[in-house]
Design a protein around this ligand. Structure first.
Ligand code: SAM
Length: 283
């Protein structure tokens, strides 16, 4: 039997019948606005696509993805959702759920094992907000063979993730994301689209994974340590923030900036990704 998950009452009934109570600590704000999931699924997948969904909840986005995509594998941490997902997904033979912490799962292996017959693999999710950045960074850094990441995140996190570089809105995560992917804002989602309603609005963003990194750098790990160190104390100058973080000495960094004609007063938010890469190559 197919459940009409575009209907808020159906979702509430499924949850109450299962005696489900929301866990704030797991970022459980479930979508009840019928327009959001079809639009996300449309932006993420087509008939040749394999989809990994993170945090299916009761399956509102999962069923939309299942209708469009070739195959869907959803990863859910909360075992209490097992009986509900069993009901809502029972008619979708191309869809399965793995109960696990997505940050502990070997997604590379999952893709190899499960999506061999799909032309492309994508990630699509309404992310648990308490781990937005760790999830996005681990998806990008592990260089998964995926085409796009289409995710709903808090509006502020979306603005940070796809901020123009350089600008005051940039954070370490902006530069890290830009290294691996091109980000785009798809649409905003007001807070009252969820139950329970969170205190903030949300937005759906899409990352298109680059075939090769945005800039060349000799030591990627050092580049990211430098970027993290630079934004640790974003009000300080780059030299003071990075040297306080212990990544490299003040003298070495000062010398590198001099060689690159970058003023010593520069702050992290004023530098481009290419400049960060050049600094990393010099230190
Ligand atoms: N997709 C559903 C929707 O749109 O209504 C639920 C989205 S809710 C914002 C986030 C979901 O992620 C919850 O179902 C929560 O249990 C799950 N979750 C939280 N932490 C997780 C983790 N580490 N790994 C996998 N799923 C997680």
């Amino acid at each position: 039997m197919k459940y009409d998950l575009s209907n808020k009452r159906t979702i509430e009934k499924l949850l109450s019948e299962a005696g489900f109570t929301f866990k704030k600590s797991l970022g459980q704000n479930f979508l009840t606005d019928p327009s959001v999931c079809p639009a996300m699924a449309d932006a993420a997948a087509d008939a040749d696509t394999g989809v990994i969904e993170i945090g299916p909840g009761v399956g509102v986005l999962t069923v939309e993805l299942a209708e469009i995509a070739k195959k869907v594998i959803a990863v859910e941490l909360d075992e209490r959702l097992r009986p509900i997902l069993k009901k809502t997904l029972e008619d979708y033979t191309n869809t399965s759920v793995i109960f696990s912490d997505v940050l502990k799962l070997d997604l590379k292996k999952l893709i190899e094992d499960e999506f061999g017959d799909c032309k492309r693999v994508v990630i699509c999710a309404n992310l648990p907000y308490y781990i937005t950045s760790p999830i996005i960074m681990s998806l990008l850094e592990s260089r998964l063979p995926i085409d796009t990441i289409t995710v709903m995140v808090q509006k502020e996190a979306a603005e940070r993730l796809i901020a123009k570089i350089p600008s005051r809105d940039v954070g370490a995560v902006t530069l890290a994301a830009a290294f691996y992917a091109e980000g785009e804002l798809l649409f905003g989602v007001p807070r009252d689209s969820f139950t329970p309603a969170p205190n903030v609005d949300s937005a759906v963003i899409q990352f298109k994974i680059r075939k090769s990194s945005a800039v060349n750098v000799r030591d990627e790990k050092l580049l990211f340590r430098l970027i993290r160190g630079a934004f640790e104390h974003r009000r300080k100058t780059l030299v003071n923030s990075v040297s306080a973080s212990g990544v490299v000495s003040k003298e070495r960094l000062t010398k590198a900036l001099g060689e690159l004609d970058i003023p010593l007063t520069v702050r992290a938010e004023q530098l481009s990704l290419k400049q960060f890469a050049e600094i990393a190559d010099r230190i």
